[in-house]
Design a protein around this ligand. Structure first.
Ligand code: OGA
Ligand code: NI
Length: 343
């Protein structure tokens, strides 16, 4: 069977640059990172906002279903993740991104690899680079942590423990949200029997302060390849989601909340009823650095994703595809991937 790394490897034909810019070394935005100015770049609507849902609310199921249909995203509060766990992971992520560039480069994602330090995974689909650096974890980050902090051992073991603990907490929330959604959609238990072998990846995102934030893109528009994504953002704004008929809408950080995104796989599973939300990140105009931690969750690579909702009166809109096949399509064809499996 293919490994996670193979499915999520960089499949682009043009050898992509994996190393981010050493952002500390520049005081102007280089041409490679200068995006064409477009009208919508900073035109996000600040009046509308995605729903905030309390996981303990007796009506949580209906609220979640409605949010997934109308927005493809919501902010989840009261999900039981202790503040310390979030603060610890923030501190470790900052410790990582504050390392000298040469040190971070030692933990670079290998060409064709999936984990480690590097540019945004979606970079090969765009002609300009993003004002962003990232670190991807699948399971234990030990290998890369030892490259970042060769000694003392405390330095890398602490990082690993905190990252693993955070993933454990995210897994619990992801399972609850998935169960709530699957129950609401009346999906058969057998179609959810993959929970014990679920696929997950953790992505630390760092958006450095920028000398000219109006000319750069933090993270270009994309949908997530996951079933759902749980996103923690620190106190700096920047995340925006696209809502049909409204345009770009800001998603300001809300203390103690996790932003839940509907990913491509849930769009398929729900036969198109739930929106796989298009989102992007702008760099802060007041030059604050921004940190986010994304947890991507879904069925294992060999699971055949297909519309799992009862289709009594509808026709299936998507053909079955394994998670792995879809991840490869997404890597190669990016935004066209969904149309490749449409019936
Ligand atoms: C992602 C993502 C948003 C953010 O990592 O896929 O959309 O706020 N991140 O960093
Ligand atoms: Ni995303």
């Amino acid at each position: 069977m293919a490994t996670l790394s193979e499915a999520f490897a960089d499949h682009h034909l043009h050898s992509p640059r994996i190393l981010p810019l050493d952002f500390n070394s520049v005081d102007t935005v280089p041409e490679s990172h200068r995006w064409p100015i477009s009208d919508d770049l900073f035109a996000a609507d600040h009046r509308l906002s995605i729903p905030v849902i309390d996981l303990q609310d007796p009506n949580a199921s209906q609220l979640v279903v409605h949010a997934c249909e109308t927005w493809g995203a919501f902010q989840l509060i009261n999900q039981g993740v202790p503040t310390e766990v979030v603060e610890e992971v923030e501190a470790e992520a900052k410790r990582l991104f504050s390392l000298p560039a040469q040190q971070k480069f030692k933990a670079t994602r290998q060409p064709g690899g999936a984990t480690g330090y590097g540019v945004a995974r979606i970079s090969p689909s765009f002609s300009k680079y993003m004002w962003h650096e990232g670190f991807t974890v699948m399971g234990s980050p030990l290998h890369h942590a030892m490259q970042l902090w060769p000694e003392p051992a405390d330095d890398y073991t602490r990082f690993c423990e905190i990252i693993e603990n955070y993933q454990k907490k995210m897994k619990m929330v992801a399972e609850q949200v998935t169960q709530l959604i699957f129950n609401s959609l009346e999906i058969d238990k057998e179609d959810a029997n993959w929970v014990d072998s679920a696929f997950a990846a953790l992505q630390l995102n760092w958006y450095p302060s920028c000398p000219d934030p109006t000319r750069v893109m933090g993270l270009a528009p994309h949908t997530d390849t996951s079933l759902i994504t749980l996103l923690h953002q620190n106190q700096t704004s920047g995340l925006q989601i696209f809502k049909e008929g409204c345009g770009w809408v800001s998603v300001p950080p809300l203390k103690g909340a996790l932003v839940v995104n509907v990913g491509d796989l849930l769009h398929v599973v729900s036969n198109g009823r739930f929106q796989n939300v298009l989102h992007r990140v702008m760099v802060d105009l007041s030059r604050s650095q921004r940190l986010s931690v994304a947890y991507f969750y879904g069925p294992p690579l060999d699971f055949r994703v297909r519309p799992l909702v009862k289709l009594s009166s509808q026709v299936p809109r998507y053909r079955p595809v394994t998670v792995e096949e879809y991840a490869v399509m997404k890597g190669k064809s990016f935004e066209r991937a969904m149309s490749l499996i449409r019936i």
